[in-house]
Write a protein that binds this ligand. Structure first.
Ligand SMILES: NC(=O)c1ccc[n+]([C@@H]2O[C@H](COP(=O)([O-])OP(=O)(O)OC[C@H]3O[C@@H](n4cnc5c(N)ncnc54)[C@H](O)[C@@H]3O)[C@@H](O)[C@H]2O)c1
Length: 251
């Protein structure tokens, strides 16, 4: 049922756990992918594994102009982009006891990568999608943290992801008539390198106990939802946020 033939999907943070599972899933459903990451070896390895349907653009999304250039370069590859998946994200610690300058540096980097980069790509995407006969789909990776809140060292992350949800809703409300639909996905704990500090200090079991399913999500659980939203089958659900957290937080 999910048919992504003739669809071009730009995925940021594609070398990571959720990004790489998403890339493989999109390609299995027939799509072509433009893969972005700042981490070059795993990105190239993924592109080699996928082969022809994959193209690679290395860019650091911490720089606004690099983000804008990423969209232009990605668009130039196939002459169109049908789906934007804002997936790149970081989770650095900013302890409340840290000196203000250090704390602020982490906030600024987090907001640049977790909120501003998705916003810049959405800005470019709505302009492009409005000029495409079939419009386009925005899929933003938010987080349970946007709703449930986060641990004290990660205020910046919760705030950035709440911003991503608000941005997504605004695009859905304002740009639907130009053919743009927009969705957010809010994972809970997903078993990727993103959580390596927690996994080392507490153990994955701690996160699993917190869920209704008694297990944490795997990257494929999120990738499946991305593929479904990318298919266009959920058009009238535009503006929604899909929780993928094993009922660790039920809204
Ligand atoms: N893993 C989780 O528990 C979890 C929970 C909720 C939300 N999320 C969100 O899901 C998304 C993917 O997370 P993941 O678990 O796959 O993490 P991951 O760490 O496995 O992958 C993230 C990828 O983003 C890339 N990246 C980081 N900074 C970048 C930059 N400046 N420019 C380009 N690429 C950059 C990294 O190199 C990495 O490949 C993130 O937005 C994250 O916030 C993850």
């Amino acid at each position: 049922m999910i048919d992504l033939r003739d669809r071009v999907v730009l995925i940021t943070g594609a070398a990571g756990g959720i990004g790489s599972a998403t890339a493989r899933t999109i390609v299995q459903a027939g799509g072509a992918v433009v893969l972005n990451d700042v981490s070059v070896p795993p990105l190239r390895a993924l592109a080699d594994e996928i082969g022809d349907p994959a193209r690679v653009i290395v860019a650091d999304l911490g720089s606004g102009h690099a983000v804008d250039a990423l969209w232009r370069d990605a668009l130039a590859i196939h002459g169109r982009i049908d789906v934007l998946v804002n997936n790149a994200g970081i989770y650095p610690e900013a302890r409340l006891s840290d000196p203000l300058d250090d704390w602020l540096r982490v906030w600024q980097r987090s907001l640049a990568v977790n909120l501003l980069a998705p916003a810049i790509l959405c800005r470019a995407a709505v302009a492009t999608f409005a000029g495409q006969p079939d419009g386009g789909i925005v899929i933003n990776l938010a987080s349970r943290a946007a709703f449930r809140g986060e641990d004290p060292d990660y205020w910046h992350y919760a705030a950035a992801k709440a911003g991503v949800v608000a941005l997504t809703r605004t695009i859905a409300r304002q740009n639907g008539r130009q053919g743009v639909t927009a969705f957010a996905i809010a994972p809970g704990y997903v078993d990727t390198a993103f959580n390596h500090v927690y996994a080392e200090q507490v153990g994955v079991e701690g996160a699993a106990r917190d869920t209704g399913l008694g297990e944490v999500a795997q990257p494929q659980d999120v990738a499946n939802v991305v593929a479904f939203l990318a298919s266009g089958l959920a058009r009238h659900a535009t503006g929604t946020t899909i929780d993928v957290n094993g009922a660790s937080y039920v809204r």
